[in-house]
Design a protein around this ligand. Structure first.
Ligand code: SAM
Length: 254
């Protein structure tokens, strides 16, 4: 194996191990797994606006415990959920069984998705943890050559400047205080972070440039104030609401 390939494999193995240990607590955080009916409905609305209508075939890349996958399947989409971590996927499978939904799960790398002519590819909060996000985007295009790409992102991380960073940190402190799952990159060590180009946040500019460079055609972008509004309403305390939500946006193409 060439040196570069070996480095990439090492990164992927490390990331897989980190997520395996997080699978049990991941859904404890409202940030990861919204709980209010208003939030679920707001996300459903965003999905229906941004994706072709059900029963389109959608690949959810880096599905984790399956928030998007379950949401899509509930609306009648035919969902394939891909993740590096079998432990995260096991949580998704438990949830799908509980509510009687059929979701196909695939253990694998985002950079090697099944090429099954999907109508859509979605992801939320995954690109930041990939060593080569542009290559992954190109692979997703091959998985959905005439389909739609929907990237859900939000304003966390130092890439968004000091105010957003402070807001994100403040939420992290509150989450730890409540015993919820802490921020996702907090356990990524410096040597791992140095190999992940988006580890400090996925800004609109970065996402647009990456999508443009990856065979998806001209990207579009929109803010998602409905999701912010719903998240704010569901916040457990006045302090959370004063800090405010981490604003959501979506980049789409295809
Ligand atoms: C922050 S979680 C997001 C989960 C889910 N999309 C959500 O919105 O709740 C990141 C997920 O990406 C997965 N992941 C990280 N690197 C990956 C890779 N190279 N290929 C596939 N999945 C990966 C992790 O296992 C984890 O489940």
């Amino acid at each position: 194996m060439k040196r570069e390939e070996k480095q990439m494999t090492d990164v992927t193995d490390t990331v897989r191990t980190l997520w395996a240990t997080k699978s049990e607590t991941y859904d404890n955080s409202a940030w990861h797994h919204p709980r209010s009916a208003v939030e679920w409905a707001a996300w459903s609305g965003a999905m229906r606006r941004l994706l072709p209508p059900p029963p389109a075939r959608v690949l959810d890349v880096g599905t984790g415990t399956g928030f998007l996958a379950v949401l899509l399947a509930k609306q009648g989409y035919e969902v394939t959920a891909l993740d590096l971590s079998p432990q995260m996927l096991a949580r998704l499978e438990d949830k799908a069984t509980e509510v009687g939904l059929k979701i196909k799960t695939v253990v694998g790398d985002a950079a090697a998705p099944p090429k099954e002519d999907f109508d859509g590819v979605v992801e939320r909060h995954v690109l930041w943890t990939l060593p080569d996000p542009v290559q992954a985007l190109k692979e997703w295009r091959e998985a959905a050559p005439t389909g739609r790409l929907v990237l859900f992102a939000s304003e966390w991380g130092s890439a968004f400047g000091n105010v957003a960073r402070a807001r994100s940190l403040a939420h992290d402190v509150l989450r730890r205080f409540r015993g919820e799952c802490p921020g996702d990159n907090t356990r990524y060590r410096a040597d791992l972070k140095s190999k992940l180009p988006l580890v400090h946040g996925t800004t609109p500019e970065q996402l647009l440039t990456m999508v443009e460079g990856s065979d998806w055609g001209a990207p579009r972008i929109e803010r998602l104030p409905d999701l912010d509004w719903a998240a704010r309403r569901a916040m457990p305390s006045m302090i959370d609401r004063l800090i405010g939500p981490l604003h959501n946006f979506a980049v789409t193409a295809g």
